[in-house]
Design a protein around this ligand. Sequence first.
Ligand code: GMT
Length: 381
Amino acid sequence: MKIAIVCYPTFGGSGVVATELGIALANRGHEVHFVTYRQPVRLELLGNNIHFHEVHVPEYPLFQYQPYELALSSKLVDTIKLYGIELLHVHYAIPHAYAGYMTKKMLEEENIYIPMITTLHGTDITLVGKHPFYKPAVTFSINQSDVVTSVSENLKQRTLEFFDIKKEIEVVPNFIDKKKYSTSFTDCQRSLMATDEEKIITHISNFRKVKRIPDIINVFFKVQQKIPAKLVMVGEGPEKENAEQLCEQLGIGEKVIFLGNSNEIDRILCFSDLFLLPSESESFGLAALEAMINKVPVISSNAGGIPEVNRHGITGYLSDIGDIEDMAHNALRILGEETTLETFKENAQKVALEFDILNILPLYETIYKKAYEARFNNTFN
Ligand code: GMT
């Protein structure tokens, strides 16, 4: 099929999922067109059947806010017509589902009927979408999608709670590609980060408030009082500066390494012993899944969809949001004993394999096929 994918091109989970999905679809012979304002960060190679179309928003001094949705929907109309695209898959409802709906309507004027799949990722529902300023538009564009998917059962339930949804929501979990991890690094260059005696604890995120960055530092503070350890913090975002200051205040500045954004996530996870994800809200927790496939057990909160990924007592432990005592205790239970650590590492990878793309991609392909076949029915509703 010829598929247009709309996503955020940044280091956020939804953009990563959309990009990896597009790459996998292209490998299966589909023609994939990414339409967004910058080349997605994980999209390194543009092959014969992967295309990228940049959305430009011309600045005009009259506008306090530049109209991205307008530019996006116009670009989509042009791209869909030029390449004969058959299906539109938008990731993250805001504003992509809204722009997608306008695209459909503009194309209908020219007797072109294109089904739109909307994938809900998390904050488009739980944080931003339910805000009264956005809610009517978000409800409308979800209901106008031909198919709606959510990345976890928890997110589906929350969407039904917050919005008046008339559509069936299909759960299609996020995924990893096991092929990418089958050739593990022979040398992770662990010695660059820590001594042999030190355990390496890692966190990767966009350092927003929902990630509860101070909890990570406080859990690590307790752990390093009991065993030698380093904390590796990967990513950029509004909470990073405060986190650096907190480390200095606690006197652990030398044990915490802030790496910034990285394209070498797998290398970092390769030398990690434990992953921390104490988020306030998390629809799925892709970062936890990426840790697990790299054999890194997870200490997390029990927020949102995390328990669907991190299994308590098997791949790591879950604690109530903000319970740093319990998180530190659980981290020490795993790290304090080599055989326990080994068991958790093996379990983490085994459970992660349930989310291999080979199991998930066919779910999307079936949805695409059904939506394409029903495209006339939906538009004539
Ligand atoms: O977690 C973030 O801050 C990024 C955010 C996004 O929207 O890009 O991630 C959301 O989507 C990811 C991919 O589906 C999920 O794994 C994350 O759990 C979800 N984040 C939240 O719900 C806070």
